[in-house]
Design a protein around this ligand. Structure first.
Ligand SMILES: NC(=O)c1ccc[n+]([C@@H]2O[C@H](COP(=O)([O-])OP(=O)(O)OC[C@H]3O[C@@H](n4cnc5c(N)ncnc54)[C@H](O)[C@@H]3O)[C@@H](O)[C@H]2O)c1
Length: 247
């Protein structure tokens, strides 16, 4: 049974790509723990707002666009400091290297990496003043798997780990942490087209033999964004039922 402690009372948490899947689950979980949630996506994430109720507000934010980040910062200025940023929005088309074109490469880089840089540039100054902050980058356990057609995606998901590691050094003096979370295959609309036998082949490699659900990813995010994790930074934490093991 999951804890119901109000560990995030008084915190403001921003989640990108919060309209569905893992992002929606994290937004709901942060609100359940007492955070006020700023739920963002390409379009205002209405379903997520309905699930959370008055503990959230929703905004359109294309994470690749600096002008969208600036507009969001302006629109939420009355809410006080954003304490927690969960960069979750992701782009992951499958394309072998022979067919991978430059626009797809660039879109993958901007969605999965520029977004993290832009969020830090937008919200770090206020966190520094407050001497408290949390950045979470949603990476993927695919960085350690032999899955073809994903070189562009794996590049960005390794990049997120690298950015969190480097960022951790630059912000630690102000009570701010930065960590990467690496989900395994998770039951969202993003994998809806995958045949059952392909999904099964993945989760049969896990110690825990079932497909992950979005709610399986939330626990580690809640922990890393709480006061309990104030001495944990620059880490990459795998949440995949024990498929990919490092260290
Ligand atoms: N589902 C999996 O198996 C899995 C596994 C490992 C990692 N991940 C990662 O978890 C994250 C969420 O995955 P998911 O399965 O919930 O995906 P999803 O496709 O269900 O949801 C992704 C959300 O991101 C939004 N988004 C895409 N581009 C955006 C942009 N430019 N600006 C704002 N929002 C944008 C989409 O509108 C969508 O609501 C991604 O970063 C993904 O790489 C997923």
């Amino acid at each position: 049974m999951k804890t119901s402690a109000r560990t995030h009372e008084g915190k403001v948490a921003l989640v990108t790509g919060a309209a569905q899947g893992i992002g929606q689950a994290m937004a709901v979980a942060l609100a359940e723990r007492g955070a006020y949630v700023i739920a963002t996506d390409i379009h205002v994430p209405e379903e997520t707002l309905e699930k959370i109720g008055p503990r959230a507000s929703g905004y359109q934010l294309d994470v690749t666009k600096i002008e969208d980040w600036k507009a969001l910062e302006f629109r939420i200025q009355d809410m006080g400091c954003v304490d927690i940023v969960v960069n979750n929005a992701g782009y992951f088309p499958n394309s072998g290297i022979d067919n991978l074109d430059f626009p797809t490469w660039r879109k993958t880089m901007s969605t999965n990496l520029d977004s993290h840089f832009l969020s830090v540039k937008t919200f770090l100054p206020a966190m520094r003043k407050k001497k408290w902050g949390r950045f979470i980058g949603i990476s993927s356990n695919m960085v350690g798997l032999a899955i073809p057609g994903m070189s562009h995606y794996i590049t960005t998901k390794m990049g997120i780990i690298g950015f969190m590691r480097g960022l951790a050094n630059d912000v630690a003096g102000d009570g701010i942490t930065a960590n990467a979370v690496l989900p395994g295959l998770t039951n969202t609309k993003a994998i809806a087209d995958q045949p059952d036998e392909i999904r099964r082949a993945t989760w049969e490699q896990q110690a825990i033999k079932r497909l992950g659900e979005p709610e399986d990813i939330t626990g580690v995010v809640l922990f890393l964004t709480s006061n309990d994790a104030s001495f944990i930074t620059g880490q990459a934490i795998v949440v995949d039922g024990g498929q990919y093991r490092i260290g």
